[in-house]
Design a binder for this molecule. Structure first.
Ligand SMILES: Cc1cc2nc3c(=O)[nH]c(=O)nc-3n(C[C@H](O)[C@H](O)[C@H](O)COP(=O)(O)OP(=O)(O)OC[C@H]3O[C@@H](n4cnc5c(N)ncnc54)[C@H](O)[C@@H]3O)c2cc1C
Length: 495
């Protein structure tokens, strides 16, 4: 008999859980999310680092430390299997003073304890040699060679597509309102789009995890929102540090970073601001926040580009659990309620391992699950002709001419890529939105932030899919791209 697992939350954690669960023949996996697409919660806005994990003290946060290390290892396979853009440049915690160097020496001990290779001190001379963009006022730093960078949104989409290819179903724009518990066990999940029967419900609801837990009668932790703000510079300007650089961690955060993203932009941030309970979705950026990250970045880098070269600012919300550690458990009461909650940083790094752990808990509790022999590990990304060798690009364009028509000149994204992004989003059950396209192929993400190509993309969607611009949304409901047909507006009508 097949048993149904409903995963609440299609962030990096929920989709990783789903990917692991689809390995079992006897499970039907359904992922639900309140948003119109996957990855639009905490996953959308973070520093994008696959951490080396030497900052995760196993004495204080044993689950975080263990799953960070395991997740880091799994990402090497996952980026390859799932065609996720990634780089492994290594990182340095830069120190301004000898005292600061002494303070960060504890991470060498953590690295030793967790078996993390490539962690060692470097002096000023070696630091400057390794990273010419660094501010030479720093006295040295702590190198961690294994740090990597990925595109979190492309990762969430890739994992979701692979889970779907292995049979997982996605139910999006479906807010979970309640969890049905009968006779001490989970029986179903009530969503805006109907009731789903369930033998197991996995809580992977990010900043809302404690609220979802309350629906199952679990009230022993709280999630507090902590905002992080960032500034992203044009990809035309430097410096573009080869290494991931950051200031010394504080009790609240891993510090402020200066990185070159996988898309080739200098990005600096984040802040760490504790917000009130109602700030769980408060993604506003403040002048003070951006000023702070720029000041900190100036301590890390020799020089910063002028502020007018900032093309985008954004903020993400960390889900800080009251106990500090990740909460991963299978409840006996109510039986079948599983949690992957409080997944603050390094949750992106740990996500594949969190998925593995949840799948293990589910399989042990249900017992006797059979592994599929036809499980598919590999997923191919959307072809990007601009990055292909010439003969491959020519061949692709000969077969599909739409790949030869560039629609986003900043990022050199073709019509073919946009169409493929739309088709894949639809196949997943995601709503057709401009942000959904942006996150999948990078159109509208370059220097002009879509001011040139957004209208062309909207027109392409109208022509090909019959969705007029005034019905197209940027992202959530209420973010319509256009108001109405211009003639209707001129007539004073509503369209
Ligand atoms: C500023 C910042 C910087 C960070 N930097 C890093 C980093 O560099 N490296 C790293 O490893 N980690 C980093 N992290 C942490 C990492 O981003 C998170 O741990 C991770 O994204 C959490 O993923 P998640 O799937 O648990 O949450 P989410 O992505 O938020 O997913 C939860 C999903 O649940 C959905 N949901 C919530 N309530 C409901 C409901 N009632 N019904 C239906 N759906 C619901 C939401 O819509 C959301 O999509 C950072 C975080 C922040 C904020």
């Amino acid at each position: 008999m097949r048993r149904r697992v409903v995963v609440i939350g299609a962030g990096i954690v929920g989709v990783s859980v789903a990917r692991w669960l689809t390995r079992f023949e006897d499970l039907e996996v359904v992922v639900v999310d309140k948003e119109p697409d996957v990855g639009w919660g905490v996953t959308k806005a973070n520093t994008s680092i696959i951490h080396p994990c030497h900052e995760e003290d196993p004495g204080r946060w044993p689950v975080r430390a263990r799953l960070c290390v395991r997740g880091h290892r799994l990402w090497y396979d996952w980026v390859r299997e799932l065609d996720i853009p990634a780089r492994w440049p290594g990182e340095v915690i830069v120190a301004k003073t000898e005292e600061e160097l002494a303070r960060i020496s504890k991470y060498v001990d953590v690295a030793r304890e967790l078996g993390i290779p490539g962690v060692r001190f470097i002096d000023r001379e070696e630091l400057i040699k390794m990273e010419p963009a660094v501010n030479p006022d720093n006295v040295g730093g702590l190198l961690a060679k294994t740090a990597g960078l990925i595109s979190p949104m492309k990762a969430a989409v890739a994992i979701a597509e692979n889970a779907a290819a292995n049979g997982a179903k996605f139910l999006l724009e479906a807010r979970v309102r309640d969890i049905i518990v009968e006779g001490g066990a989970v029986k179903g999940v009530v969503t805006d789009r109907g009731v789903l029967e369930a033998d197991v419900a996995v809580n992977a609801a990010g900043v809302w995890a404690d609220k979802v837990a309350e629906m199952a009668g679990v009230r022993d932790y709280r999630i507090r929102p902590r905002r992080g703000q960032y500034a992203v510079f044009s990809d035309k300007v430097g410096p573009k540090p080869g290494l991931i650089l950051h200031t010394a961690p504080t009790p609240k955060t891993k510090g402020v970073y200066a990185i070159t993203t996988v898309d080739g932009n200098l990005m600096v941030g984040p802040t760490a601001e504790d917000l009130p309970d109602e700030g769980r979705e408060a993604r506003e950026v403040t002048a003070e926040g951006i000023r702070f990250v720029l000041e900190q970045a100036a301590k890390i880098l020799k020089s910063l580009p002028p502020r007018r070269k900032i093309i985008r600012t954004f903020a993400g919300i960390r889900p800080e659990p009251s106990g500090g550690d990740f909460i991963i458990r299978f409840h006996e009461e109510p039986w079948g309620f599983v949690e992957a909650a409080g997944i603050r940083s390094p949750g992106l790094t740990a996500a594949p391992a969190i998925g593995e752990e949840v799948a293990r808990l589910v399989s042990e509790a249900l017992g006797g699950l059979r592994e599929r022999v036809d499980w598919v590990a590999v997923r191919e990304g959307i072809p990007h002709p601009a990055a292909m060798p010439r003969h491959e690009r020519d061949e692709l364009i000969r077969r599909a001419p739409e790949y030869g028509r560039i629609i986003c000149t900043c990022r050199k994204v073709s019509e073919g890529e946009v169409i493929e992004a739309i088709e894949r989003a639809r196949a997943l059950g995601a709503k057709l939105t401009l942000d959904g396209i942006k996150f999948r192929v990078g159109a509208m993400y370059g220097d002009c932030q879509g001011s040139q190509c957004r209208a062309h993309i909207a027109y392409l969607i109208w022509r090909r899919y019959g969705v007029p611009p005034w019905e197209l949304t940027l992202n959530k409901e209420g973010s319509r791209y256009a108001l109405a047909p211009i003639k209707a507006l001129l007539r004073g009508g509503e369209g």
